[in-house]
Structure formats: C-alpha cells, structure tokens
Write a protein that binds this ligand. Structure first.
Ligand code: SER
Length: 598
C-alpha cells in the first residue's frame, strides 16, 4: 500500500483513538525541566511523570506524534534509514492494558491498516537476564497472531530493553517489529537488529515495568505501562517500497536540491551519496531545533546549542566536499519549512530565525574551515609520517578554540587518517581554559537526580518572572524560550529594548514579594478552552478540547504547563536577576537564580 506521511499520521491516531486513546499534542523538542537529556528522544519522554504514576489529564490511554532528536546514531547517518531527527508515532497505556493488547493492536495496525503481510514481519523479544525471565508471554502472543517461531527472536538486554531516556526513569523489556526488505542476509549471524539493511525496525512495544534509580537499581513501577514508538520515515519508506528514507516525500525535495547544488564530480559514488544524505539529515534536524516552538536553542558551545552547532558544521564540511557553495543552508532550510509547515506551523512562524541562524553559523564556520583543515592536515601528516596513532588533546582543543572544530568533528577527520584523539587531554585543555576564562563553569555543574528540587523551584520562579515582566513591561513581554539547569533559569521574552535598571529592580521586587507571600502552587486539569477562558497563559498550541494542566501560584500567575512545580512560592527563598541581555532581534534574555534556599 502506498501511503504519505500525512496519511500515516492520520491513520495511526485514528486507529488508536478507535481503541479508546486520547489524541494529545506532541511536546517541544527541547525538554522542559529535565537536564538528563538535551532533546526529546522519544514519545515517552514528556510522559515520564505519568509513567511513574502521576495521573495524566487526558486519561490512561494516549496517542500522539512526537518529533525526536537522537544523536547517538549520528555515525550511522548516511545509510538507508538512520536519522538524527524523526517523527515517532506512539500509543501508551498508563497502568491499563499490557502486552496482549499492545502486541495485538500493533499486529492489527500493521497488517490490516498498513497492509503488511505477516510474512514480511520478524519480531524480537527480551531473552531474560538475572531475575528478569525471558518474555515468554510476548512470544506466545506473537505465535497466536501467526508469526512463526523462526521469526521470533529472543535477544539480550542490549537489543531488547528500552530506556530510561536519560540516566534514570522508567524502562523495561521490549518487543520490536522489523520488516524484511527481501535483500539477502549478510551472513550467518544476520538477524533483526543487524545493520546490513535486511531488517528495518519500524516499531517498538516497550513494557515499562521498572524504574531505574539514580543509583542504577531497577525497582518495579507502581503500574505496568505500555510505551510504543513507530518511526514515520522508516514506515512510509517500507510501505512505498523505497530502499532508503531519502526517497520519501519527506526528503525528496531536499535530495533533489542537494544534487542540483553539487558541483564536484563524484570519484567515489558511495561517498558522495553518503555526504548528500548527511547534509539532508542534518539540515532537517537543525531546522526543527531552530524552529522549535519553545525556542532558545542557537548554535553555541554547550549542551543542546553545541549539538546544533555540530550538526550544522558537519553538514558544511560535507557540502564543501561536494563543492556546494555558500548560502546553501538557507536554501535547504526553506525547502524543509515548506515541506513541513502544514504539520508544524511553528517552522513558518520561525522562518526568519531559522534561515538567519543557519546562514550565520554557516558563514562563521566557513571563515575558519579551510585554515583549520590546513592546520589539521599539517599535524596529521606529521603524525602519520612518524607512525604515531594519537592526535594530542592540545591540538584538538586548538582546533576547537581557534577554528571552531567541534571535538567530534576533529575525531572524524582523525579517524579518516587512522588516528585517535586523546579525549582526556582535550578535556584537560578545555578545563584549563575554562578556569582561566571563568566562563561557563556553572554549566558543568550538574548531576541531576539529587537536584530536581532546585529545578522544580526554578520552574516556579520562571512563572513568577513571566508574570512580573508582563506587569512591568506590558503584555507583549511573552515567553520565547526557557531553559533551566540546576543552577539557574534562563528566560527569553519579547521586548524591543534593553531593560532599564529600574525595570529590572521592579521585576525582581515583584517576584520576591510573591515569594514572601508564600502562595500555594496548585494544579488543575481542564480543557485548553477553559484554561484560556480563565485567563491562563498558554504558550503552546494544544488541540481543541485537549485536557491540559493549569498551574496557579495563588492569585498571581496562571499558566498551562506540564510541571512539576514547587508546592509553595515560599520554598523559593529569594530571587535574583543575574543578567539581562539581547537574545535575538526583539527578544531579550534574563538569567536568574534563586537564593536563600534551604
Ligand atoms: N520508547 C521506545 C523507543 O523509543 C518506544 O517508543 O523505541
């Protein structure tokens, strides 16, 4: 059956709605309040509190489409199906149905709605480890549905255990579904999970029964959950009989353009194909990160900003290899925006930011790429001539600091020459530089698990700050971005001018006043329409009729938000603005901390 991505999303949501699931909105790509990960990596991610037992406002059966960024597989990008950005279709049972329903519905959807035959399917289940036995229940369910034993593989934890998304949180054994592409096995060991291209994983049913604690222990959860995730790009690729995801309508216009822009004749066809795919993948990911409704991630040197920079710069390097001239990032970004804006209107809203930021980063890197590469070649040639195998941390740091080469980028260049990079040496040089410049030291303070109280309080402080800004500056001062670490909050908002010292003082005073009042922070569930009617600030488009959580701090602030928050404003102790600066045109940025906290 031929199907477009639009049709697939629609079919999936309707199918699970017909099985009693509430259709909810996907969350931002930038996780709120969770410093354990830089991006949303799966549909379950924004649902972690509910998988842990908190009631979800929309009920116990949910379905959605979630945009995800994963850079763990970045080295595999360029093959037929690995991507750094993808859309995940998901359905969840929060302590309601379990393996039987989940697997049966997966099978029903694949065969009856999408038209795959049982013969095309191979599945995997958890083979067991330690106290946790082999998942015979799932094996029996698959058999009862008509999947023969020889196409049901019991595999170890490395294959069939999912999560947690960060370092701690819900996780469990899973059962993955693969389409056999019909190509020959690459060898005797070839089986689902092998990357040769015979088996493409399109869906994963996770049975989330455990919570991994910060200490690494697996504790049974209060409830047995189901978390599933189906990849949009891979599924339509398989349905349309394409060999790679780049042939689907989600990539086709990009690939065409990249081909048009390429000016260097391929000596090595395979290498060129890989380069084109990497450019397409990385540009699409960069556009979604820059266009995220929550905003705030720009190319930079830390955390998510660094990942974005790495993606853009890596693409620039491959573009150079193909002889693609400067300015290509803007051209490709426009195609991505046009291709997706009917599903993700925020891309259209943020069109200017996306194109401007990409072009600026491209030209920043262009300025130093050639000289940096010359420096690298000089050192690498000397090392290879002297039969050395390691590039020093100091050189890697110089390439980073002077020429803007992300470490991983230098590693890639080095690997191509058969060299390794002394990472520890790089870290040492980096730390030394940091101490010297005293920059960004706080950003590395981290560890999360024992500090969630701090981030929770900063989250509440963000609501108070948002309201205070609107009181002092006017209603136009609305949120453009937010980011919280354990040490500080960062808040971007619309405002055309630098804040005066008096304005800053007033805002600080108002927030401190609300802290002193020790207001109760309460949460209520209602539809998005009710929330708006009550005057709640609602930042992100929720679907009509969707149930949302509304947090109030006494009579002072009311925002639609996922939480979690402090219980009272008094917990915050005190509030201090550390910095007010420009973030981008018409957007200001405040960094603030809470003080006097127990
Ligand atoms: N969380 C699981 C995955 O990402 C299922 O969605 O594969």
């Amino acid at each position: 059956m031929k199907l477009t991505a639009d049709q697939l999303r629609e079919k999936y949501l309707s199918f699970f709605a017909s099985k009693g699931h509430a259709i909810i909105s996907g969350a931002s790509l930038i996780p709120e309040n969770d410093p354990t990960v830089l991006f949303t990596t799966a549909g379950m991610h924004p649902l972690v509190p509910y998988l842990l037992g908190e009631p979800h406002p929309s009920g116990r059966r949910l379905t959605d489409v979630q945009t995800c960024v994963r850079t763990g597989d970045i080295d595999a990008v360029g093959d037929t199906c690995h991507l750094t950005f993808f859309e995940m279709l998901g359905n969840w049972s929060l302590g309601e149905y379990f393996k039987k329903e989940a697997i049966t519905w997966s099978f029903e959807f694949l065969t009856q709605e999408l038209g795959f035959t049982a013969d095309q399917l191979s599945v995997t289940v958890f083979e067991g480890e330690g106290d946790i036995p082999r998942d015979d229940e799932s094996i029996d369910i698959w058999k009862s549905l008509g999947i023969p034993e020889e196409r049901i593989y019991a595999l170890p934890k490395s294959d069939n255990w999912w999560g947690p998304a960060g370092t701690s949180g819900p996780c469990g054994p899973d059962s993955e579904m693969f389409i056999d592409t019909g190509v020959d096995c690459c060898g005797e060991e070839c089986r689902p999970g092998c990357h040769c291209g015979k088996y493409i994983e399109i869906w994963n049913d996770v049975f989330m029964q455990y919570n991994k604690t910060a200490e690494g222990k697996y504790e049974p959860l209060k409830q047995n959950n189901v978390d599933t995730g189906m990849g949009v790009e891979r599924t339509i690729c398989m349905m349309n009989g394409y060999e790679t995801v780049y042939e689907t309508e989600l990539f086709a216009p990009l690939m065409l353009k990249i081909k048009e822009l390429t000016t260097i004749q391929a000596e090595n066809e395979e290498q060129h194909t890989r380069a084109k795919r990497i450019i397409a993948d990385h540009m699409r990911t960069a556009v979604f990160i820059l266009g995220d409704p929550k905003g705030g991630v720009k190319p930079g040197n830390m955390g998510a900003n660094y990942v974005l920079r790495r993606l853009i710069r890596r693409s620039v390097r491959y573009a150079k290899m193909l002889g693609i001239s400067t300015g290509y990032t803007g051209e490709l970004a426009k195609l991505v925006i046009d291709n997706y804006k009917h599903v993700y209107p925020e891309l259209e809203t943020n069109r200017t930011t996306i194109v401007t930021e990409l072009t600026a980063e491209e030209s920043r890197f262009e300025k130093t790429l050639t000289s940096g590469q010359r420096e690298f070649n000089k050192v690498a040639t000397a090392l290879v001539t002297h039969k050395q195998t390691t590039l020093s941390g100091r050189t890697a740091f110089k390439l980073y600091d002077t020429y803007g080469f992300p470490l991983e980028f230098t590693e890639e260049l080095a690997n191509e020459q058969g060299l390794a990079v002394d990472r520890a040496g790089y870290d040492k040089a980096f730390k030394k530089h940091q101490e010297l410049s005293k920059q960004g030291a706080n950003t590395f303070k981290g560890g999360l698990a024992d500090n969630t109280v701090a981030t929770t309080r900063l989250h509440t402080a963000t609501h108070l700050l948002h309201k205070a800004l609107q009181i002092v500056l006017g209603e136009h001062a609305t949120q453009k971005g937010s980011n919280i670490t354990t040490a500080r909050l960062r808040f971007d908002f619309s405002h055309p001018a630098k804040m005066t010292p008096e304005e800053k003082q007033q805002v600080e005073d108002i927030v401190n006043e609300q802290i002193k009042r020790n207001l109760p922070v309460k949460v209520e569930t209602m539809t998005i329409e009710e929330a708006k009617e009550k005057g709640a600030t609602a930042l992100f488009a929720a679907k009509y009729g969707e149930q949302v959580k509304v947090y109030t701090a006494g009579d002072f602030s009311m925002e639609v938000c996922g939480g979690p928050h402090a219980e009272t404003t008094g917990e915050l102790g005190g509030f201090k603005i550390k910095k007010e600066e420009s973030s981008s045109a018409g957007v200001r940025r405040i960094k603030a901390i809470i003080t006097n906290v127990n």
